[in-house]
Design a protein around this ligand. Structure first.
Ligand SMILES: Cc1cc2nc3c(=O)[nH]c(=O)nc-3n(C[C@H](O)[C@H](O)[C@H](O)COP(=O)(O)OP(=O)(O)OC[C@H]3O[C@@H](n4cnc5c(N)ncnc54)[C@H](O)[C@@H]3O)c2cc1C
Length: 469
């Protein structure tokens, strides 16, 4: 069999379409495509449970696209790559760049080592429209306000590169490759089967989601994206995280559609993804440290029963519980619900945002270090938010506004399904007769609110104001 000429190291680019580093490898001839599960360098940012499930299926799909020639390994990538280069006399390794701090540190070291052994390393941009060091303020400092970053930064610099067509890979499989099952990504207890029903994992599924969104979601995206019971969002986030589709492919596919506010708004949401990566790149401790140091003094609460109630969707606040149960059942939560459950955790239960970040990290299919950390800090008010007031979402008002027929709450909190809409988001306000008619016994088959919304909100506002002295 023909010997491989180059290794392409797949990481967060599990696709053949618009894969610039893979295209470089293909130009050399036969390619040895590898994936290396790295639980060594990731330390506390080791992939969570849901991400591992997604990865299993995504690798399975990629392997099929490569005619079962994807070689799988686990361990320290430098050792695996050096071994493979020596074994097959390979002189080129290609990869698309990743941006989490631990991956940057690891890849820099690997590049130095391989180059020192006379092996050429080619790294490309496959995952961001604007790499974090290319968009800076005129004084060369990073941005901290989204609108400035996106409008004055991104949109005023060179447009993202055009996507490239899928490549045909003539692939070689290494004899020491592990079987997919040996990566041990799937849980022993099958909590994942129900979640998987909601997704088509892999490159083809990603392209189908984009197509569905263009045909059915884009036309009313700007307004309807906030309604969790409606299907107007793209649900591309896990596909983008694992690189089953590139943001370049998405960006230009959207720009091909008729010019509209919806098109503009969708592109700006992709801009938020860029902004999160920008923040993480320039603030490497974003997932663990408050971006605004004054919050280091904030007296977070520490009631474990509150955290448990939040995690399990048993807070007694229907919109919050619906969001948390959606997460558990589907590995996803609609953005509007993420904002509400995040606000409730940090502003009403007054629990440290890092508890929320960790829970999402383990449960979300789209768990992404940059997006998750930046969004949690935004919701908690500790991060890059331009608001000059304490932003606290009222889950009752939000429910009436964004779930006006109650379909979302009724679906995920079925014990409340027979409540009339005026009480659905605040069952504690309903009369005993109304509750009885709907089959609800508060404190028995649905909890009373674990904290009083108004009191907890007022205390938080006072505490935040106290930080400003
Ligand atoms: C507390 C909290 C935690 C979050 N954690 C994550 C996370 O771990 N991973 C993640 O991908 N997103 C996260 N988000 C952002 C956002 O909720 C999701 O990206 C979005 O809901 C994904 O659904 P979609 O693909 O249908 O979005 P669409 O509305 O279709 O948006 C298209 C794409 O734009 C990007 N995007 C949209 N909104 C945001 C945003 N606010 N920040 C960054 N990128 C955005 C995503 O890549 C998304 O796929 C979080 C938001 C909050 C409030």
């Amino acid at each position: 069999m023909t010997q491989p000429q180059a290794i392409h190291w797949f990481r967060q680019d599990l696709r053949l379409d618009d894969n610039p580093a893979l295209a470089q490898a293909v130009q050399q001839g036969v390619v040895l495509p590898v994936y290396i599960l790295d639980d060594i360098n990731s330390h506390e940012y080791k992939m969570g449970g849901a991400s591992r499930v997604w990865l299993h299926h995504s690798l399975n799909s990629l392997n099929k696209s490569l005619q079962n020639k994807l070689s799988l390994f686990k361990g320290n990538p430098i050792e695996v790559l050096q071994h493979l280069c020596e074994k097959h006399h390979i002189k080129m390794v290609t990869w698309n760049r990743c941006y989490e701090p631990w991956r940057i540190a690891r890849d820099t070291e690997i590049k130095t080592k391989l180059t020192g052994h006379d092996i050429q390393v080619i790294s490309c941009n496959g995952s961001l429209l604007w790499e974090p060091w290319t968009v800076l303020k005129s004084n060369q400092e990073p941005y901290h306000v989204f609108t400035q970053f996106y409008r004055k930064g991104c949109l005023k610099t060179a447009p993202p590169r055009q996507p490239i067509e899928p490549v045909h890979v003539s692939a070689f499989k290494d004899s020491e490759s592990l079987a997919l099952e040996a990566l041990d990504l799937l849980p022993r207890i099958k909590w994942d089967s129900q979640m998987l029903e909601h997704w088509a994992i892999g490159e083809e599924g990603a392209q189908e989601s984009l197509q569905r969104f263009i045909e059915q979601g884009l036309s009313d995206y700007k307004k309807s994206r906030d309604f969790p019971a409606l299907n107007y969002v793209s649900r591309l986030s896990p596909h983008l995280h694992f690189g089953e589709i590139s943001p370049h492919r998405v960006w230009y596919s959207i720009l091909q559609q008729e010019n509209s506010k919806n098109r503009e708004h969708y592109c700006s949401e992709l801009g938020w993804r860029e902004f999160s990566h920008h923040l993480l790149f320039h603030h490497q401790d974003l997932p663990s440290q408050n971006l605004q140091p004054k919050y280091d003094q904030f007296p977070w609460g520490d009631d474990p029963s509150h955290l448990k109630a939040w995690q399990t969707g048993q807070t007694g606040i229907p919109f919050v519980d619906a969001g948390m149960r959606e997460l558990w059942q589907t590995g996803y939560m609609h953005n509007r619900a993420r904002l509400i459950v995040g606000s409730y955790l940090t502003k009403n239960l007054r629990l440290d945002w890092r508890h929320g970040e960790r829970w999402f990290w383990d449960c979300l299919f789209d768990a992404d270090l940059a997006n998750n950390a930046a969004s949690w800090q935004w919701v908690a008010g500790t991060g890059a938010d331009a608001a000059e007031y304490v932003r606290i979402f009222n889950p009752v008002i939000q429910g009436h506004k964004f779930d006006p027929d109650g379909d979302y709450v009724r679906h995920y909190v079925p014990e409340l399904k027979d409540l009339p809409i005026q009480h659905l988001f605040s069952p504690w306000d309903a009369s005993p007769e109304v509750l009885e008619k709907a089959g609800i016994k508060l404190g028995k088959n649905y909890p009373y609110p674990i904290v009083d919304f108004k009191t907890s909100r007022d205390v938080t506002v006072k505490m935040v104001e106290a930080l400003d002295g």
